[in-house]
Ligand binder design. Structure first.
Ligand code: FEO
Length: 175
């Protein structure tokens, strides 16, 4: 069974993942308003992935005979000055999430909760990928600069991102 301190921390992480989903959905809306449907689609897939992250935690808390308690989700920012600014913020946000995951691992280790330490390894690995993906897009957008046709090409490329797998499949395949 989960200790109360661990349960509270995992519930906070559920909230953080749901906020991530909300933030990326807000970025999707911004990209739609800017006529960049590919980037909007990319952000929608990202929002769905974050929802899956929350549900992984949700399932784990229940499996450990804990209690999921949902809190209010903060209002996300709605406007960005340019695509690069939005993706830079996504990159910064992922770095913040990585530090939250690291803190969770530290707490679980301190509590000698080995099951939670083991469970969280998936998130540790996922954050490496999340940060690398966001940074790669920022680097490309810097190269694109003010070149409109190049921006549209990149929009089309990001629009080809496959949809997020549903949680059952995601769990089986680690995606
Ligand atoms: Fe759930 Fe993007 O971290």
């Amino acid at each position: 069974m989960l200790k109360p301190k661990m349960q509270e921390a995992l519930n906070r992480q559920i909230n953080a993942e749901l906020f991530s989903s909300y933030l990326y959905l807000s970025m999707a809306a911004y990209f739609e308003s800017a006529g960049l449907g590919g980037m909007a689609g990319w952000m929608q897939v990202q929002a769905a992935e974050e929802q899956n992250h929350a549900m992984r935690l949700f399932a784990f808390v229940n499996e450990r005979d804990g209690r999921v308690l949902l809190d209010a989700i903060d209002k996300p920012k709605a406007e960005w000055s340019a695509p690069l600014e939005a993706f830079q913020e996504a990159y910064q946000h992922e770095q913040k999430v990585t530090s939250l995951i690291n803190d969770l691992v530290d707490l679980a280790a301190g509590e000698k909760d080995h099951a939670t330490v083991s469970f969280l390894q998936w998130f540790v690995n996922e954050q490496v990928e999340e940060e690398a993906t966001a940074k790669a897009i920022c680097d490309k957008l810097k190269l694109v600069g003010d070149n409109g046709p190049a921006l549209l090409m990149m929009d089309a490329e990001l629009g080809r991102r496959p949809a997020a797998a549903p949680l059952s499949t995601a769990t089986a395949e680690g995606g």
